[in-house]
Design a protein. Structure first.
Lengths: 454, 454
């Protein structure tokens, strides 16, 4: 145990209470009702950075969902690390499936439960506390900048705009992003690839108004029928997406990369039993589960609106039905190309009597990360010391749309998260393991120190 | 113009204002939140019957959704007419598609718009006002009983129970039901057949909790996917229901009956343009539109719940999805048999990884009415005098589940409504034509008078 580790241990209760305070703010960025809460979370983070000695703390680009910017003490001649994260969270729906309320953080069996606990408040806060740790001796050994946004869950539009106008914000020697997870407990990871996203709404209209199923049923179109026909045509039951051209751009991971994945401690049976908790896995059987979730595109239905969904039995033939559907994209697919392919496939799948519209709500291109530079050696060493094992190169099936923009000035983007695979991000009972939170602080503090050494 | 007609004309404004008062009560019986409003509507109807001279006015069987019972002045030796109707209404959803608020009745261009205006408050109130009209000369010429329920839109359970215990309530020489519509403007109709109903909810569960589509997408089941697969298998795109055995019991209308339907003033093109307002009709092309909507079973999706349907873009793989689906049944299908057939078909259509439950919410057997008895001659004469044309025998695609119970003591059940085909019952902008309301009062008053003559 180093002096650093002892200090983190001595402060651990305070750190946890501080994190809980942040988690109590329901900063759901996808819901306009929570705009005020997003601002509240931004103010809290900004105040916190000020208290830790940051200069030039600012709320950038928005009154409601600002990007929190902060600069650590000036360390002339030392390298610069940019720390990126986000204070916004996913909606807590379905709220009734949470064991405890999503915005009342509570520890049970070593896990801290709350919306945002792992995605991303708990993780970005571990990086902030690492900064606090390296400031204990007076001046930190490295220049640190913080860029903590409030729209990661809703498209990062403000941050994209800011970085278009002010690209120098990401000029650094490394960008540290803690918004992902270990491969498994005891197996820290860096992500070498992220899937992209194309989030859409398909709206089908089949008549001017809803119609009574008694009077008209049997002779008139039903918007849900049409939608079911369309959705049924977009994917085969075994998971092959039937959007013409979609697979053409897909670049399969190299044989070497796939071979490395086989060595990871992954058991399909355990994955099914402990994480997925379903009767069976699905998807394209010729490919491994890791390839299916990391390196193949997907199409998922998230929800269907329209008609009557209230209490009881209303016998209405719906005029309008809407489905929220998204595709995950993989290298070398392009979001813009997929939008065109998807639109064409939806129109082709629609019955003639239906008017179909497709809206594109949100998206990101997929990412491949080159992990050959020196900062990756530092993060590897940091985790090796804390965890007894260095970082393994993996991919993530999820998207962090802003990653390409973070690297646009040439800094290597290190995606080294401290979540665990069963953290249930975006789902009820999201949690962060409390020990992981402390390990993250200790690993990130080491990483910042080694970065200072050059 | 008879004295009766002149009196109705003289009272017409008052009648309309009274109806509006009843329409302002949001007596939605399918929604427990409106239980108090249902009681309010029952109280209003009961008070009204008392004011009109009814004896023995009672609220039967429930505190919240009672059956309003009332008996007109005793006319020894005269026949008895039972008037059935309902004061409960369908939910107003989707509320934002109404031109004016559903519970703020307003007349535009000769139509009175409100939820319940035609189904059934406006119609049953026309029968009540007919009773008021025949009481003007002192004693009415016939014994009248009222049985006005508050659960027609949610299964009539209380009324079924009441009639099981007290079948004498429906001992009468005729039962008048005004809860249907003319075949066309100027074409009053009696229904010789009603479709039945089997209203269900299909619930599909594919995992313990919702899962993140980034982390798991490509390898795990999606409840909406499973539901789309099931729904896609239950009906062909042209409308054939793929529930094994379903069509076996269907008794096709006689060649004679179908020939009579061909003489009705029905134009497919006008039906599509003025009523349905869609790009095209759908359904089983070998059969006429009237046969499809009157005498063939249907399967309709009313709404789909589960996953994320809020504002924005939540990338969740839903664990649970539920569809509201109903089938319309025709002579000689039986609701109980169809339930079994449907359950089997749903289970067979479900992917292996899905747990499927089917709930049966509500239903009714189909009905065939024999229209050869004398009261049908009276209703024919009544409408012939008011409208210049007698009643044409038609069928209805809708269900009035209580009809068989109303006829269980042998009284002929006369389904002679005063709605018009474009009244949009169960849909936004439901209306009743104000002139139809007055014609109904005049025709029903004549009918009651002729019934008194024997």
């Amino acid at each position: 145990m180093t002096e650093l580790d002892r200090w983190v241990l001595s402060q651990s209760e305070r750190f946890l209470e501080e994190l809980k305070t942040l988690l109590r703010i329901p900063s759901v960025s996808t819901d306009p009702k929570h705009a005020g809460d997003c601002r509240k979370a931004a103010d809290w983070v900004a105040d916190h950075l000020r208290k830790l000695g940051c200069r030039d703390v600012q709320l950038l680009a928005s009154d409601t969902h600002p990007i929190v910017w902060g600069v650590g003490p000036d360390v002339p001649g030392a390298p610069t690390v940019l720390i990126y994260g986000h204070y916004d969270v996913q909606p807590p729906d379905p709220v009734n499936e949470w064991t405890s309320p999503p915005f009342e953080p509570v520890v049970r069996n070593g896990d801290l439960f709350a919306r945002g606990s792992t995605d991303d408040k708990g993780q970005v806060f571990a990086a902030i506390k690492a900064f606090e740790a390296i400031c204990q001796g007076g001046k930190p050994p490295v220049n640190v900048r913080f860029m903590i946004e409030g729209q990661e869950e809703s498209g990062s539009r403000l941050l994209f705009d800011l970085l278009n106008k002010e690209p120098e914000r990401v000029a650094a020697d490394a960008v540290l992003v803690s918004d992902t997870s270990y491969f498994a407990p005891g197996w820290p990871a860096v992500e070498t690839g992220l899937r992209g996203l194309c989030y859409t709404e398909i709206e089908v209209r089949t008549s001017k108004t809803d119609l009574h199923s008694g009077l008209y049923g049997g002779a008139v179109p039903n918007a849900h029928d049409a939608l079911v026909q369309i959705l049924g045509k977009l994917k085969t039951p075994d998971g092959k997406i039937r959007v013409p051209g979609l697979y053409e751009a897909v670049k399969r991971p190299s044989a070497e990369e796939r071979k490395a994945w086989k060595k990871l401690p992954f058991s399909e049976a355990r994955f099914l039993r402990d994480e997925v908790k379903a009767k069976a896995l699905t998807g394209l059987k010729p490919y491994s589960v890791l390839e299916r979730t990391w390196a193949l595109p997907t199409l998922e239905i998230h929800g269907i609106m329209g008609g009557f969904t209230g209490e009881g039995a209303k016998t209405v033939i719906p005029a309008v039905a809407t489905a929220k559907v998204s595709l995950r994209l993989v290298p070398n697919q392009k979001e813009k190309t997929v939008q065109k392919q998807f639109l064409k496939a939806v129109k082709a799948a629609a019955p003639k009597y239906a008017d179909v519209k497709v809206r594109f709500l949100h998206g990101a291109d997929p990412v491949l990360v080159d992990i050959s530079s020196r900062p990756f050696q530092h993060i590897d060493r940091a985790f090796r010391e804390v965890e007894g094992r260095g970082v393994v190169p993996t991919r993530s099936g999820g998207s962090i749309p802003v990653v390409p923009a973070l690297g646009k000035k040439g800094a290597p983007v290190i995606l080294a998260g401290i979540g665990l695979p069963d953290d249930r991000l975006h789902a009820p009972d999201e949690k962060i393991n409390v020990e992981q939170f402390y390990k993250g602080i200790r690993a990130f503090a080491r990483f910042l120190t080694y970065m200072g050494d050059g």
